[in-house]
Design a protein. Structure first.
Lengths: 196, 181
């Protein structure tokens, strides 16, 4: 499974993940107080500039934006009908800034750095019984087993198709196989001294 | 958490990813939001119970946040979370937890009716209660209009509640995991 990270050497890539997320949070909150098309247009330009500084090609940036477009268009049309073009443009700009900036954080931050940040954020919850150091193990296990379970799903579906079965009936055997796999995996973790 | 629980949580997060890769029912005209992954939310709660089910789906959300393309169509990253439909993704772990709670509560007399109730509340209602106001704020739409706009997804969600419930009842017969609450 490939990450969405885009490799490049830039000041944005070098900035710590926590700092980038803090900026994102601040901008995301601040955006809701800006009610001027010109100001939001300027913010959009700054975001585009950040992409240039981060050396993320327009092609890569736009590919990440594409999934949000249907929702964005639906919202703008709804706003046009319900309120008027000013709100429609403002809301469209706001969603675009927020999603583009968040995508930039994802594109310029390695998965490992993000996992470290998640663990750091969870650390204050340790007194509640949360074990932040397990996040890395859990993420690694999940990534490891996605291809295994995908293979199992394909096998069960092929077997069902051969018998003329269609639809979602492959789920039951897939889940039972998964639960059996969990027994083995649990014992394997135990045999290596447990999760800690 | 015992080693077995770690394994279950990781494997169900992986099942969630696989459900995003397998086209379940292909509807040519409906855009991306018709996803099989809410099925994973319901199944995690129904099969693993509240705590493990909720954690499995929380782990899936962590995968999204750290930038892995695990949502349908290879989407992922913080942009999806902060976008208009992000509330639904954030609601997934809560939905799995609630599904699990109701399942544990009804475990002794668990049958199709109990499964339907648990999955409808946890896997659909909870997602709407969190996801729709989020969309309303993000899109600057009045809540009423946002609710009206979400009605198109109801038939699909209803179908998924039924599929998840039938599956959960069969899996329980073969492999009961949730302890009586």
């Amino acid at each position: 499974m490939l990450s969405l990270y885009h490799e490049a050497r830039s000041p944005v890539h070098r900035s710590p993940a926590g700092a980038k997320l803090a900026v994102l949070l601040a901008v995301g909150t601040g955006l809701f107080f800006v009610r001027s098309i010109a100001a939001l247009g300027a913010v959009l330009l700054v975001v585009a500039l950040c992409y240039a500084v981060a050396k993320v090609p327009a092609r890569v940036g736009l590919r990440q934006l594409r999934p949000v477009l249907p929702v964005l268009i639906a919202i703008v049309i709804a706003q046009l009908v319900l309120t008027g073009w000013v709100t429609a443009v403002l809301v469209g700009q706001r969603v675009l800034v927020l999603v583009a900036l968040a995508n930039l954080v994802t594109l310029t931050t390695r998965t490992s750095a993000m996992i470290d940040t998640v663990e750091a954020v969870l650390r204050p919850l340790r007194p509640l019984g949360v074990r932040p150091e397990r996040v890395g193990l859990l993420v690694a296990l999940t990534i490891r087993f996605v291809p295994v379970l995908k293979e199992q799903a394909d096998q069960v579906r092929a077997a069902h198709r051969a018998r003329g079965l269609r639809g979602t009936r492959f789920l039951t055997p897939l889940l039972i196989k998964t639960l059996r796999l969990a027994d083995g995996l649990g014992s394997a973790i135990e045999a290596r001294g447990g999760p800690d | 958490m015992r080693s077995k629980d770690i394994a279950l949580v990781a494997l169900f997060a992986a099942i969630m990813v696989v459900l995003g890769l397998v086209p379940l029912i292909e509807l040519p005209l409906v855009p991306a939001p018709f996803t099989a992954q809410t099925l994973g939310v319901m199944l995690a709660g129904s099969i693993l119970g509240a705590r493990r089910g909720g954690l499995a789906i929380l782990l899936f959300v962590v995968l999204v946040v750290i930038g892995l393309p695990v949502l349908p169509g290879g989407r992922g990253g913080i942009g999806v979370i902060l976008g208009p439909t992000g509330g639904f993704v954030l609601a997934y772990p809560v939905g799995a937890f609630v599904t699990g709670l109701i399942t544990e509560w009804l475990w002794r007399r668990y049958n199709l009716a109990a499964a339907l109730l648990a999955n409808a509340v946890g896997g659909a209602l909870v997602l709407y209660v969190i996801g729709v106001p989020w969309m309303s704020v993000s899109a600057g739409l009045p809540l009423g209009k946002a609710i009206t706009g979400s009605v198109v997804f109801l038939p699909g969600d209803l179908a998924k509640v039924i599929i998840a419930s039938l599956t959960a009842v069969t899996v329980r017969r073969a492999y009961p995991l949730v302890k009586p609450a």
